[in-house]
Design a protein around this ligand. Sequence first.
Ligand code: SAM
Length: 282
Amino acid sequence: MSGDGLPPLREIIARHNLMAKKALGQNFLLDLNLTGRIARAAGPLEGYTVYEVGPGPGGLTRALLAAGAHGVVAVETDPRCLDALAEIAAANPGRLIVHKGDALAMDERTLFANERVKVVANLPYNIGTALLVKWLTAEPWPAWFSSLTLMFQKEVGERIVAKPRSKDYGRLSVLAQYRTTPKILFEVSPKAFVPPPKVTSCVVQLLSREDVPAAPRIATLERVTAAAFGQRRKMLRASLKSLIPDPLPLLAAAGIAETARAEELSVADFARLARLIEEMKR
Ligand code: SAM
């Protein structure tokens, strides 16, 4: 038995035949110190519903429940995990709801209509960035979550927190830093997972910003960063041509040098450009 009265994870994995499937991005966390550390990092959880994507055999789920989450709502695509998760639900009456499905297709705003939500997940790496972009582009904003505490490949974590004039700075950095305050909390060695992935991971926390103005719309900001970083070696006077025929008046109005390149602009510069484009098109 573990501290929560449930059998050890290795026993659960063996009993339910949960051999990890690479195609589902399955790298399980069996180290209770680490799952506890992630749950504490997301805290305080009292009064919050935790949304967990991909609970798998339920190691992190158990840590979240033990850390005092009001409840955990989880979505898992692999039907083999459902019986194991049902055991955890039975040991925690009314505190764990598991949906069988694809996290990319979930309508979270409807799911969490009147709840305070924190997202905590050891994400499947194959859909991690797509899920993050889905959550960061939620409309309206503030979104349905107050924070995201997520395991990513270290390289993705570095892109999320990257500052201008660095090689990792790009569309994901601007989007994440426009709507949240992101921070890498700690690195996680491949050895912490079963089976171990090829790369080092990290836990990133993104605190939702409440003060994001209504303009520009997030779709416009995304179009500007796509154009600018799509040709990141070009000067903006050239790269923004994919967006508007003559970028020079736009750059002048924004107070940005026409010879600047995407990686030199701050998040505020991108927001100003996007807002001006919306005003010009009105
Ligand atoms: N949370 C568990 C842990 O930490 O040991 C498992 C994490 S494992 C990296 C990712 C989990 O996400 C797997 O259980 C996998 O089946 C699940 N998964 C993969 N694609 C998914 C999707 N589209 N929607 C929901 N869950 C998914």
